[in-house]
Structure formats: C-alpha cells, structure tokens
Design a protein around this ligand. Structure first.
Ligand code: FAD
Length: 287
C-alpha cells in the first residue's frame, strides 16, 4: 500500500523505524526484531539505508520482511555516495520486490568527501526526480524543524525544501525534536510557504543519557529544560532513564496529537520493547 493512502484519511497514524544489520549473519536477528515490532500494528515501518550504500541489499531484505509481516514498508534510499547506476539498480530492486514507498534522502556528507562528478546526485531533489522516472512510487523526503545543519538560515532551508517537495514528494518526515513548539511553528511556516503535503513528526525516545549527547551533536536540535532535568535526575540509572524516556516520548506524542498533528513517526531504533510500550501508552488515543 502507498503511504499517501494511509495518511489520507485524517486519522492518527504511528509508524516505526528499524535499521538493517551491518553483516549478513545478523539478518535473522534483525528480522526477529521486525516481527516483534509488527505485533504493535504500526501504520507503516521504515528501514534506513547506509549512507555509503554498503547496506543497500539489507535494506531491501528488511523491507521485504516488514511486508511479509503485513505492515507497509518504507525503504530509505540515500544518493550522495552512490553512482546513478547503483541508485537505479536499488530502485528497480525495490520495484521488483513490490516495495511501493521510498524515503528519498541525500545522506550525510562523509568527512573529507569531495563531490565526484555528474554520475552522482548532489541533492535529494535530484533523487526524487530519478525515482519518479523509474516507477510509480510514493516518495517521502526529510525535513528539519530546527533547520538542516548545512543551511545558512531558515529562508534558504525553506526555499530548498519547497523545491524538493515540488519535484513530487508525497509526504515529509521530520528530524527528531524534543520541543513540540519548534515543530508546530515549522508546520505553520511550511503551510505559509505553500508546502502542503503531510508532515510526519519524528519522535526519538531517549532511553539512555549517552544516546542524547550523540543525537544532539548530530542534529543540532534544542533540548527543553524539562528534559535536561530528567537526564540529570535519572541519567545514571539505565532502568529509570528508559522508563522516563518512554514516558517523555509518549507525552510528547499526546501533546502533538492534542495540537492537531495526526502523523507520528517513532525512531524506534530496533527496540521492540520501547515501541510496544509507547503504543501501549497511546492505545485508547489511536484506537
Ligand atoms: P537535501 O534535501 O538534499 O538537503 C541537504 C542540504 O542541501 C540542506 O541544507 C538543503 O538546504 C541544501 N540544498 C538542497 N537543495 C539545494 C540546492 N539546490 N542548492 C544548494 N543547497 C541545497 N541518512 C542516511 O544515511 N540514511 C538514512 O536512512 C537516513 N534517514 C533519514 C530519515 C529522516 C526522516 C531524516 C530527517 C534524515 C535521515 N537521514 C538518513 C539523514 C540525511 O541523509 C541527512 O540529514 C542529510 O544531511 C540531508 O539529507 P536530505 O535528504 O534532507 O538532503
């Protein structure tokens, strides 16, 4: 099923995310994680793609497993470090496997990376155009409520986002954020700018204090005082932090839904217990 259909009916949706294994010998354990997560009946489940393209085959394998479990898969695809030929072969593989949804991404720039030549795509919008050429896919893209780290300012960021959406995106998924006001303001700015596709809110449950440091470094997203207090108080005790992180994410989702945001994507990071507990906390709300 196309995700654009799932997002159409104005009901609350909650999707999950998994990442593929680095080595083939871990494929069965990753599939077991997928099977467990599918029990919570997410609206769809996405599977990430290695920026260097090395995990390409595994992404498709996991997408196929999600489909086998009766859940709609969304396959991520990055383009920066893959040749056009490689990108085309991945897209064709997904088409042959019946995967109808692709999240078209540029990928982060590896350290010391020099853009090779015209055999490569430089930006995600070029990948969107390419995917559209190769099949009838539902295509999503990334967006950044607190501005992409490489953008000079909000105006530039919004210009590029609008251009990418106009290339034919069906929906956007946001980078994680911890302050709902940032996301709500961003959605309003998108609407003013004429970006009218569904914008799915990306929620990252922080379940240990080390993880948040790394996540903030990578994303540049702001952390509310309330969350710092939680980390200060519970960060040294893994079990307490896990519980607090799940409750914080659940509250964040409830607040977003109360503010009219229907579509939530949880960065579940191969943690079925976290996914199942958050869904448990929302059971009546999303029923
Ligand atoms: P783009 O939309 O191409 O934007 C990248 C930068 O270029 C922005 O600063 C933008 O403003 C600028 N830009 C765009 N067009 C132009 C132009 N014409 N001229 C000049 N500048 C321009 N990474 C992975 O490796 N694997 C994953 O599976 C993955 N999944 C993700 C899922 C989500 C929901 C998100 C939010 C991110 C994900 N990422 C993933 C990270 C992503 O690849 C990086 O954030 C990357 O740096 C940007 O990707 P993009 O698709 O947003 O790029």
């Amino acid at each position: 099923m196309k995700i654009s259909e799932i997002l159409k009916n104005n009901r609350c949706t909650v999707s999950f995310e998994v990442f593929p294994p680095k080595q083939w010998d871990k494929i069965e354990s990753t599939k077991a994680v997928v099977d467990e997560m599918c029990k919570a009946n997410p609206s769809f489940m996405s599977v990430t793609y290695g920026a260097t393209g090395t995990k390409a085959g595994f992404t498709q394998e996991i997408a196929e497993e999600i489909k086998r479990c009766g859940v709609t898969p969304l396959s991520h695809l990055t383009c920066l470090t893959s040749t056009k030929e490689k990108v085309d072969s991945v897209v064709d593989g997904l088409k042959a496997a019946g995967v109808e949804n692709i999240l078209a991404l540029r990928g982060d720039i590896p350290e010391g990376f020099v853009f090779p030549d015209e055999q490569y795509f430089e930006y995600a919008y070029q990948l969107v155009n390419e995917i559209k050429e190769r099949g009838d896919f539902c295509i999503g893209g990334a967006c950044y409520p607190e501005i992409h780290t490489e953008s000079k300012n909000r105006v530039e960021d919004m210009e590029h986002l609008k251009y990418k959406v106009d290339c034919g995106l069906d929906f956007l998924t946001s980078q994680m954020f911890f302050d709902n006001e940032k996301f709500l303001d961003f959605v309003e700015m998108c609407r003013i700018k004429g970006i009218d596709v569904p914008i799915i809110a990306g929620i990252m449950p922080i379940t240990n204090a080390r993880q948040i440091k790394r996540s903030i470094e990578l994303s540049n997203c702001s952390v509310p005082k309330k969350f710092y207090k939680i980390m200060e108080r519970f960060g040294d005790d893994d079990a307490s932090m896990l519980q607090a992180g799940i409750i914080y994410a659940t509250e964040q989702i409830i607040d977003l839904m109360a503010n009219g945001i229907n579509n939530i994507h949880i960065y579940t990071m191969n943690k079925p217990a976290v996914a199942l507990q958050i869904m448990g906390g929302l059971s009546e709300i999303i029923r």
